[in-house]
Design a protein around this ligand. Structure first.
Ligand SMILES: [Fe+2]
Ligand SMILES: [Fe+2]
Length: 285
């Protein structure tokens, strides 16, 4: 089996739609949203766009889980015992098991919210961080930087579950959050242990980590980047969906997305009716 599998060779079936992160960031619609003062970034159930935003976020979490599984699994396999301590590989094996559970949970949660795999796009930057040739860089880039950021995302979804009266969503996010905290700690522990007497290596690893934390100024177009389509690749994605001919992308993919969101809203409303015998502890503050 090949070691250090490049991102282009990740196995995906025809449901998945991959985008480059720079395409998404340079999407002119994103620029317009960034310019507007949209108020709090909190996922508030009473906002009209909240169901769709929650579905998109949940799909993004699923993609992150899948790549985290692939990254941790790869780190277990890519390095020999002479390269890294066996205990580090054991930690990555444990993380792979955690992430595979998270994948299954995320798929079920996405379905629960009316979302199909591939309804939203996949950006592969998490796996790219797990392609570093030094295992320590993978642990700072993935575990400390990206999984550290993911903790905020899990908290957001947990609060959305709490506030919208969805105990299943809140409980699942809380369980996954507990694992993610452990993964971040693994990154910190190995950074400390592997660089105890090597400040230069530690600084290099921290520099790599900083490279995976989004900065506000990265929203600006970078003329040195490869050219991207003026619509941020939107038409390409539509064409690919139409070519797949699986019924989702042609003749009203957007409207079916809205129908799903409407079903999700109706389901949510039915869950929060006062006639229910459920506890009212999740009522919005
Ligand atoms: Fe995870
Ligand atoms: Fe994780």
């Amino acid at each position: 089996m090949k070691k250090i599998l490049p991102v282009e060779e990740l196995a995906r079936d025809s449901r998945f739609v991959r985008v480059q992160i720079q395409d998404a960031m340079l999407d002119p619609r994103q620029m317009k949203v960034a310019e507007r003062n949209t108020g709090s970034a909190k996922l508030e159930p009473e906002r009209p766009a909240a169901p769709d935003r929650a579905r998109q976020l949940m799909h993004g979490i699923f993609m992150g889980e899948l790549q985290a599984l692939e990254g941790a699994g790869r780190t277990t396999f890519d390095f020999d015992d002479e390269d890294v301590p066996f205990q580090l590989k054991l930690d990555m094996a444990r993380q792979s098991w955690d992430e595979s559970r998270h994948c299954e949970i995320s798929v079920k949660l996405a379905e629960h919210m009316g979302t199909e795999i591939g309804e939203f796009s996949e950006a592969t930057f998490l796996y790219e961080a797990a392609c570093a040739e030094d295992a320590l860089l993978r642990l700072t880039g993935v575990n400390r930087a990206l999984e550290g950021l993911a903790i905020d995302v899990f908290n957001t979804m947990k609060l959305f579950g709490d506030h919208s009266g969805d105990p299943v969503l809140a409980a699942c996010e809380d369980w996954m959050l507990a694992d993610e905290v452990t993964h971040v700690k693994m990154g910190s522990d190995w950074l400390r242990r592997l660089t105890e007497n090597d400040p230069e290596r530690r600084e290099k690893a921290l520099e790599f980590q900083r490279g995976w934390v989004p900065r506000r100024d990265r929203r600006e177009p970078d003329p040195t980047r490869a050219q991207v389509p003026r619509d941020g690749g939107l038409q390409q994605r539509r064409d690919r969906r139409a070519l797949r001919g699986n019924g989702r992308g042609s003749g009203g993919g957007g409207s079916s997305g809205h129908r799903r969101a409407a079903r999700f809203l109706a389901w949510r409303a039915s869950r929060s009716r006062p006639s229910s015998s459920r506890s009212s502890s999740t009522t919005q503050a």
